[in-house]
Design a protein around this ligand. Structure first.
Ligand code: ADP
Length: 651
């Protein structure tokens, strides 16, 4: 059994999932388990919080960086489109100086001349073709000599525009660019002015006013709000109409005074836009908050809230272009990524817990298996020890049994010897009687044979025949006597077989016939008519009967009318036979030692004290009992109970 291959200790699947926990394994107490659960929950919360926060921050930083990149691209794009729009007209005023009539008009400085009228028409046609707001020329004093809008009632023909900065700049520097609101029609526009010169010098200034409305309209649909502010911080172009002509920073008094003088913004209020800077980021970007400026939102995209503001100067102008990128999507994206990270953290946590549980489960199983193996080994060891003990005990027992058998054999041999000795003793007791019994017929034989000879001589043949017949009868009787003796004396086989009780009794009585007749004993036999058949060894049964009847005759010796009563009956699976005499009966002392070997009250040489113990042993071997008692009416009665043969059973 020890050589059997052990099952692999680490094979968890060989054990059922519902296997009972090994009570030998430590079980965690309740408070400890609670603490562990608390620690787990805290760990989970920390993991979720940490993962979400880190993801949020990283995602937001990445989103903002991306937003900045996009913002810069937009800045480049919008700046390029604005530059293109302005540059289209950059050389327009200068080209007017190539026109001789224009130079002549300015040189003469007269308005109501045919040349001036012709110039008006010329400039009108030029304005229509170029798609500009207006084209006009001023003399060196700043008076409008010819203009494209000469037909209109609000035409500024003849007006003095010397106060306009673009005029002064152009006179001083040769050219000028200026954004402003028209003084007559209040129309915002971009003024491009250029000094015109002839051989004598500067003769005047040519001005082209360009509308940037178209560009502005195209911006209205852009995703990110965009604005252009001038050197004063006033918003001159914006994708959100409400932002236009607002100030990015509050204007001081001196600036406002200048605006009044130059009428740059035609006395507009120029209220602050209210952009609140929250934080300055790298690359000049700012985090700002845009206020709600009007009730209606013209753009489908949000224009209020937190934005990333990025600005860039517009080349060739004192202006600055600013793009606002909405930060909210970045924050939303970061928040959803943080939530995802939180869920992932929970999943990781669950996986870790499951892994840990699995590991613990395996460890417990391994421990249980090892404990089981140890118990198994211990059990096997004990079994081996016990088996060895048992085999030793068994060997001892077998020896004892063999010893007993040997002793029993010896005992049985001794018993057989005793039986035989008993028989021989009986024969010895009988020998005198037998001798007498044989002597009588022998003497008769002698006489008869002698007489037969004499009668033969006389020729009395009938008497001879009669004598011979008598001789034959006597010989038969002697033969039968010696036959009975021989059969009594022979060693019995001990094999039980059906025995007719009457026959055994007759044989015993025949053996004792001489004593019976000598003592004149009356034998009263009360056996049922039907044969009682016992199951035993007949030879030994006869020996028992001879013993009992012999003892009865001994007890009644010297009585005038001795009487022997024999009675038999069937009692269930047994046959009961009683031998009663009319002797003195059994004294208390005799009764106490009745079946003890060598107990006798008879004279030395007469009794050996073996008859009853041997008889009791024989009956016990049959499976029956032998008992001696006093008869209520006097005398002793011996009761013999022996198994009945099958045909004689009454059960
Ligand atoms: P033994 O006949 O050699 O003495 P037994 O064993 O047959 O040995 O008998 C033992 C004793 O039992 C006898 O000596 C006698 O005293 C007593 N006993 C046996 N049978 C009778 C009887 N029928 N009546 C009176 N005493 C008896």
């Amino acid at each position: 059994m020890r050589d059997e291959p052990r099952p692999a200790a680490a094979a968890p699947d060989s054990m059922g999932p519902f296997s009972a926990p090994d009570p030998a394994l430590p079980i965690m107490p309740a408070p400890q388990r609670l603490l562990r659960l608390l620690a787990l929950l805290l760990g989970l919360a920390a993991l979720i919080g940490g993962a979400s926060y880190a993801t949020f921050r990283v995602s937001q930083a990445m989103g903002l960086a991306e937003l900045q990149l996009t913002g810069r691209h937009r800045l480049d794009l919008y700046s390029a489109s604005l530059e293109r729009e302005i540059d289209k007209y950059a050389y327009f005023p200068t080209t007017l100086g190539l026109e001789r009539d224009v130079l002549d008009l300015l040189a003469k400085g007269e308005r109501d001349t045919p040349l001036a009228r012709r110039m008006n028409v010329y400039l009108e046609q030029l304005n229509d073709r170029a798609g500009t707001l207006s084209v006009y020329v001023l003399d060196t004093r700043g008076t409008v000599l010819a203009t494209s809008n000469w037909r209109r009632p609000d035409s500024f023909l003849g007006e003095d525009l010397s106060f306009r900065p673009y005029f002064r700049d152009a006179m001083e520097n040769g050219s000028s660019r200026f954004f402003g609101i028209g003084t007559t029609r209040g129309e915002p526009g971009y003024y491009l002015a250029s000094a015109l010169t002839n051989a004598q010098g500067t003769v005047g200034v040519a001005v082209v006013k360009v509308s940037l409305e178209q560009l502005e309209k195209s911006w209205a649909t852009v995703e990110a709000p965009v604005l252009v502010s001038d050197e004063n911080g006033v918003v001159i172009l914006a994708s959100v109409p409400d932002w236009k002509f607002t100030a990015l920073a509050p204007l001081d008094e001196a600036t406002r005074h200048t605006f009044d003088r130059t009428q740059q913004y035609n006395r507009r209020a120029l209220n602050p836009l209210g952009v609140k800077e929250i934080a300055a980021l790298d690359h000049g970007a700012r985090m700002v908050k845009l206020p709600r400026v009007g009730p209606e939102m013209v753009s489908v995209f949000p224009v209020t809230g937190q934005f990333l503001a990025q600005s860039q100067p517009l080349p060739g102008t004192p202006w600055s272009l600013t793009v606002f990128s909405h930060v909210e999507p970045v924050r939303e994206m970061a928040a959803s990524r943080a939530a995802l990270a939180g869920i992932a953290a929970v999943l990781v946590f669950i996986v870790l817990i499951m892994f840990n549980e699995r590991r613990r489960h395996l460890r417990d199983r391994l421990a249980a298996r090892e404990a089981l193996q140890r118990a198994h080994d211990e059990l096997e060891r004990k079994v081996a020890v016990r088996t060895a003990d048992l085999s030793a005990a068994n060997a001892r027992l077998q020896e004892e049994v063999a010893e007993r058998i040997r002793a029993e054999r010896t005992l049985r041999a001794a018993q057989d010897e005793l039986v035989q000795a008993g028989k021989l003793a009986v024969i010895g007791q009988l020998s005198a009687g037998i001798a007498h019994e044989l002597n009588q017929p022998l003497a008769a034989l002698r006489t008869l044979s002698g007489n037969a000879g004499k009668f033969l001589d006389r020729g009395d043949l009938p008497t001879v025949r009669g004598n011979l017949t008598r001789i034959a009868q006597l010989v038969d009787r002697m033969g039968s006597l010696t036959g009975q003796l021989k059969s009594f004396a022979r060693k019995s086989s001990g094999q039980p077989r059906p025995v007719v009780l009457q026959q055994a009794l007759d044989n015993a009585l025949a053996l004792l016939d001489q004593r019976l007749r000598q003592s004149g004993t009356r034998v009263v036999s009360r056996l049922p008519a039907a044969d009682l058949v016992a199951h035993c060894d007949p030879n030994r049964l006869e020996q028992v009967l001879v013993n009992l009847i012999g003892n009865a005759l001994d007890a009644m010796a010297g009585q005038p009318e001795p009487c022997l009563e024999l009675s038999g009956e069937a009692a269930g699976t047994l046959l009961r036979l009683r031998v009663r005499d009319h002797g003195p009966g059994l004294s208390d002392d005799v009764r106490a030692h009745l079946f003890e070997p060598f107990f006798t009250t008879k004279e030395a040489g007469v009794g050996l004290g073996l008859g009853l113990p041997i008889s009791a042993g024989i009956v016990r071997d049959f499976g029956g009992t032998l008992d001696g008692d006093n008869h209520p009416e006097g005398g002793a009665v011996f009761t013999l109970e022996i198994p009945a043969a099958d045909e004689n059973r009454h059960d």
